[in-house]
Ligand binder design. Structure first.
Ligand code: PHE
Length: 447
């Protein structure tokens, strides 16, 4: 058996992990949830949760991955031999499988619009009827399935190439491109008339609008955007050399994630307000509102095309991490098996995702527990499986792993101050599990 792969550089690791984090959560989900939850106050809560809970949990996953040094299953087995804790790895595998099965559907929608924008057909829509156009495209099974297939195909090809040559190389191109393109979009959006109203909506908190539901959603959103609870970050950190500092990497990833969330808000809300549109359009916000906005700008379709490219990059780098987590477990790090299994698992995910893709057309009326297949998969992942995963990971690191092992892992590369370590440990051991349980109980009560 050949040696296990590693990231070629620390930067490659950071960009790949940031690539996993930054995705549909930050660009598609965040703007519409913020729009529905009154703007600034939601942003504040999200930032609070990301820093107080998300960052410590990210560090927890990193310490498991690097101390364990294997795929998600192997790492848990090595750190807690002869115990059932490796179940966290299996839970992550199942969650990533379901997650990618519907994530790729939205990925497919981006590909559809990308084709439309590239061929100029979006520029000639009658009366800017993008809502109708979008609904009719995604209701067409041939189109939505083939586009979902294209998204999965790219994901499979990159993951089949391996950690260094596939994921790391792509992330090193895609992440900087994303930053540059977003920057252009924000400048464009901020120079529109009345842009300031959108900025105010995003940044000025109105805590009168905060309900318990808002708090729950903000917390769920911070887990989702940082890819927490499914051992993706355990897997990625297991490819990192022992020399590098984990806390520093985690902090840079969280900063980049927050930056993109802010950029996404600053690109979208000023434009929404400038054109007198509603910020609370829901999950369709991006797909309905954006083409209307861009079509009214000089070179609008060109900018829209750029936006879609960025959006697709972001979704792909997240998709890579979900497939990689599974492939790593199945192949046990043997590079010779990677190609075959990337294809088998990737195609399996595509097949399982078919009902989700059809949920906006043929199967729109097929409901389980009152939800379409797509909504059910999304609900199960975001509100049940991911919170259980984060809860177990917090408990695993602070109650099951040896405290000295955890401390050594976090002090590798540059010594972590004892006081900071103790505070982090306390958060993981008591505060975070209690908070997650409160959140879950509240969410489940509303079912
Ligand atoms: N963080 C990704 C996003 O925001 C989603 C994701 C969750 C990716 C879990 C991997 C694992 O889109």
């Amino acid at each position: 058996m050949q040696e296990r792969e590693q990231w070629a550089s620390k930067l490659g690791f950071i960009l790949s992990a940031a690539g996993s984090a930054i995705g549909l959560g930050a660009i598609w989900k965040f703007p519409y949830i913020t729009g529905q939850n009154g703007g600034g106050a939601f942003l504040m809560l999200f930032l609070l949760f990301t820093i107080l809970i998300g960052l410590p949990l990210l560090l927890a996953e990193f310490s498991i991955g690097r101390a364990g040094g294997g795929d998600a299953l192997t790492s848990y087995k090595r750190l807690a031999p002869k115990t059932p804790w490796f179940g966290i790895g299996i839970l992550g595998l199942v969650t990533c499988f379901i997650l990618l099965s519907f994530y790729s559907v939205i990925g497919g929608w981006i590909v559809i619009y990308l084709f439309k924008a590239a061929t100029g057909s979006l520029a000639h829509v009658q009366n800017a009827n993008y809502d109708g156009l979008f609904a009719s495209i995604i209701a067409n099974p041939t189109i939505s399935l083939s586009m979902q297939f294209i998204f999965m195909l790219i994901t499979i090809i990159v993951v089949a190439k391996g950690v260094q040559k596939g994921i790391e190389r792509m992330s090193k191109i895609m992440m900087p491109a994303l930053a540059i393109l977003f920057f252009i979009l924000v400048v464009r959006s901020l120079t529109l008339p009345h842009a300031i109203e959108g900025v105010r909506f995003l940044l000025q908190p109105d805590f009168g609008k905060v309900s318990s539901q808002t708090i729950l959603e903000a917390m769920g959103q911070s887990f989702f955007t940082l890819s927490l609870g499914v051992s993706v970050m355990v897997t990625y950190s297991s490819y990192l050399s022992k020399k590098e500092s984990l806390p520093k990497s985690a902090i840079s990833i969280v900063i980049m994630n927050i930056a993109v969330v802010l950029l996404a808000g600053l690109a979208i809300f000023p434009a929404v307000f400038s054109f007198g549109m509603k910020p609370d359009a829901g999950p369709v916000l991006l797909f309905h509102v954006l083409p209307s906005i861009f079509s009214q700008l000089p070179f609008g379709m060109f900018f829209f095309f750029l936006f879609l490219v960025v959006f697709l990059f972001a979704a792909l780098t997240s998709g890579f991490s979900m497939l990689e987590m599974i492939v790593a477990i199945i192949t046990k790090g043997d590079p010779n098996k990677r190609r075959k299994w990337s294809w088998i698992i990737g195609l399996g995910i595509f097949i399982v995702g078919i009902p989700s893709a059809l949920s906006y057309g043929l199967m729109a009326d097929f409901k389980i527990f009152g939800k379409t297949f797509f909504d059910l998969a999304d609900y199960a992942v975001s509100n049940v499986l991911m919170p259980i995963g984060t809860l177990l990971i917090a408990i695993f690191v602070s109650w099951i792993m040896k405290k000295s092992t955890v401390y050594e892992e976090l002090s590798e590369g540059s010594e972590m101050r004892k006081g900071i370590f103790q505070a982090w440990y306390f958060l993981l051991r008591y505060i975070i599990p209690i908070l997650i349980i409160v959140v879950m109980v509240n969410v489940l009560r509303q079912v």
